[in-house]
Design a protein around this ligand. Structure first.
Ligand code: GLN
Length: 494
């Protein structure tokens, strides 16, 4: 098998055995990026020299270990990974897909990135994203649109579309994304890879540029469930620099994969199997449910009655928080600053006018409106009360079942441009991921088939901090199927 096609755990074994060096692996991936990324456009920036230097360090570590023995090297040692360009990376520009941060070079690494580097992982570069992670297709990136490796005329999903496309096209062994309302799960689903949104509080968000602080979580995107567990293991855990990160022990996610799912209760939420779901998507997900049943799980129909309010509640809460978070881009502290201005207010107006794209402006206006005196009670406060009802739906469901299973997205990847002019249509592509985010629970997307030749994702949602069960169900499903081994035919088109 060519090096670029390896999973993290496969590459790790070869590296430890001395059958492959991290420099070879990294060069193979860089060569592939060089060859394919002009068409896929997953990366905003690649850092080949830094990546190769990290790879050589990893090789030195591995050689020492083979010579002298000692503790087993970390699982990510020498593994080339991609980072969504909304996570701060020391010395590497971090644009958030926005013109306003075009020249911003963070002086520090996000905690999640720091933890990957502490294991000796190789950072390949930064992947494309919708501006400030606001979007579902990467079409809101100020730079360019990433293409779906399965069909280059279609979107990869978003906002972590660059990370998902990079992993699907074997241009990284794994990646980090961020998920506020679906931005890890939806692109993973649309690109046929695995993506996990951890429980709110599981992963430190220090150094993750804030979009909606009560929702944002960093999550791994990987080629299979085992790799996803390896990445989560590396980034999870308390961080005193993020007060929302929870000080609770991190389970052994790899051990959690084993054991099967016999006797487990899988909830099938009625509200997620409705009209409006593409027929091929519904068929693939229903077939996946039968596989789970065949593995010994019991399917239980459940109801999450407030599901229909998730979308309106999210599009008040997330913009409200965004409007506050994005107030910091004023042309004074960092990022773009339009100096040809009459006075300071004019400078701020021009900087924000030129620096932000249309979707970000729409959200700032929506959010500012929803928070303003006289409207706060009618919109923001009601959205928050709705959020509580949604959370209670999940609490009730998890008294009956261990996990929930449903589609990730109502359709497969859509053509570039199809929804770009229609924000409501675009917002609808997250209709099945938003409630999980509002409730703060965890969810994974695993490949479960194809419709019209494009990947379909199965979403498995677990209770707070129950990533072990979510991973176990996803792993059992993956072991029983071979969807995750399918690859887009990018090479043949060259
Ligand atoms: N698509 C949703 C939005 O535009 C979710 C984005 C995300 O999870 N970052 O807000």
């Amino acid at each position: 098998m060519s090096a670029h096609a390896l999973t993290i755990h496969e590459a790790g074994e070869l590296l430890r055995a001395g059958d492959l060096s991290s420099a070879e692996l990294t060069r193979a991936i860089l060569e592939r990026i060089h060859r394919l990324d002009p068409r896929v456009r997953a990366y905003l920036r690649v850092v080949p020299e830094a990546a190769l230097a990290q790879a050589e360090q990893a090789d030195a570590h591995l050689a020492r270990w083979r010579r002298e023995g000692g503790a087993l090297p970390p699982r990510l040692l020498g593994i080339p990974l991609a980072i969504k360009d909304i996570l701060c990376t020391r010395g590497i520009p971090t644009t958030c897909g926005s013109r306003i941060l075009e020249n911003f070079v963070p002086p520090y690494d996000a905690t999640a990135v720091e933890r990957l580097k502490a294991q000796g992982a190789v950072v390949l570069g930064k992947t494309n994203t919708d501006e400030f992670a606001m979007g579902s297709s990467t079409e809101n990136s100020a730079y360019f649109t990433t293409r779906n490796p399965w069909d280059l005329s279609r979107v990869p999903g978003g906002s972590s579309g660059g990370s998902a496309a990079a992993v699907a096209a074997d241009m990284a062994l794994g990646a980090l994304g961020s998920d506020t309302g679906g931005s890890v799960r939806q692109p993973a689903g649309l690109c046929g890879v695995v993506g996990l949104k951890p429980t709110y509080g599981r992963v430190s968000r220090w150094g993750l540029v804030a979009f909606a602080s009560s929702l944002d979580q960093i999550g791994p995107i990987a080629k299979d469930v085992r790799d996803c567990a390896i990445l989560l293991q590396a980034i999870a855990g308390h961080d005193p620099r993020d007060s929302t990160s929870v000080d609770a022990p991190v389970p052994d996610y790899l051990a959690a994969l084993e054991g099967g799912i016999r006797g487990l209760r899988v909830g099938v939420p009625r509200e997620y199997f409705v009209e409006g779901v593409q027929a091929g998507v519904a068929d693939a997900v229903r077939a996946a449910l039968r596989v789970l049943e065949g593995l010994g799980a019991t399917l239980v129909e459940v109801s999450l009655p407030h599901t229909e309010y998730a979308l309106p509640a999210y599009y008040l809460i997330a913009p409200a928080e965004a409007s506050a978070n994005l107030a910091r881009y004023d042309g004074v502290k960092y990022g773009l600053s339009v100096r040809e201005s009459a006075d300071v207010w004019d400078m701020i107006r021009r900087t924000r006018g030129q620096g932000f794209g249309p979707e970000v402006k729409r959200r700032i206006m929506l959010g500012t409106y929803a928070l303003s005196a006289g409207y706060y009670d009618a919109y923001y406060l009601r959205a928050q009360k709705t959020r509580t009802l949604i959370r209670q739906d999940f609490d009730r469901a998890f008294q009956q079942v261990d996990v929930l299973a449903c589609p990730v997205s109502p359709t497969v990847a859509f053509p570039i441009g199809e929804r770009a002019e229609d924000p409501l249509q675009m917002y609808l592509s997250d209709v099945f991921t938003l409630a999980c985010s509002l409730a703060g629970v965890c969810g994974i997307s695993v490949p479960c088939g194809f419709a019209d030749g494009l990947p379909v994702g199965l979403q498995i949602i677990g209770n707070v901090f129950d990533e072990p069960t979510v991973l176990r169900v996803a792993y059992a499903y993956e072991q029983a199927t071979d969807w995750h081994t399918r690859k887009p035919k990018l090479d043949e088109e060259v």
